[in-house]
Design a protein around this ligand. Structure first.
Ligand code: SF4
Ligand code: SF4
Length: 85
């Protein structure tokens, strides 16, 4: 199984929220739940910096689609693919 781990360059991120609103998983969760929280978002801005959220117990996590990487105006996001058992 692969896990997609997003890395945010804190020197570049401005906290603009573009990644949060462009992420398709966040979009679907927002539509379902009416809000984005730590429980249902895969990326959120906290204290002015984008924070990826990975939760083992959840049925969904970042699927590595790369939309946020493309949309980030600062090119602050990279994705690492981790192989797990
Ligand atoms: S889109 Fe880029 S600059 Fe904006 S909050 Fe996300 S990571 Fe930071
Ligand atoms: S790679 Fe895709 S699923 Fe993962 S946070 Fe970015 S936009 Fe969302």
């Amino acid at each position: 199984m692969q896990i997609y781990k997003m890395k945010i360059n804190h020197n570049l991120c401005t906290g603009c929220n573009v990644c949060v609103v462009s992420c398709p998983i966040n979009f679907n969760q927002l539509r379902k739940k009416g809000e984005l929280t730590r429980e249902n978002a895969v990326i959120l801005v906290k204290n002015g910096i984008a924070c990826p959220i990975y939760e083992d117990e959840r049925s969904f996590n970042c699927d590595g689609c790369g939309v946020c990487v493309e949309e980030c105006p600062q090119r602050a996001i990279s994705i690492q693919i981790i192989e797990v058992e």
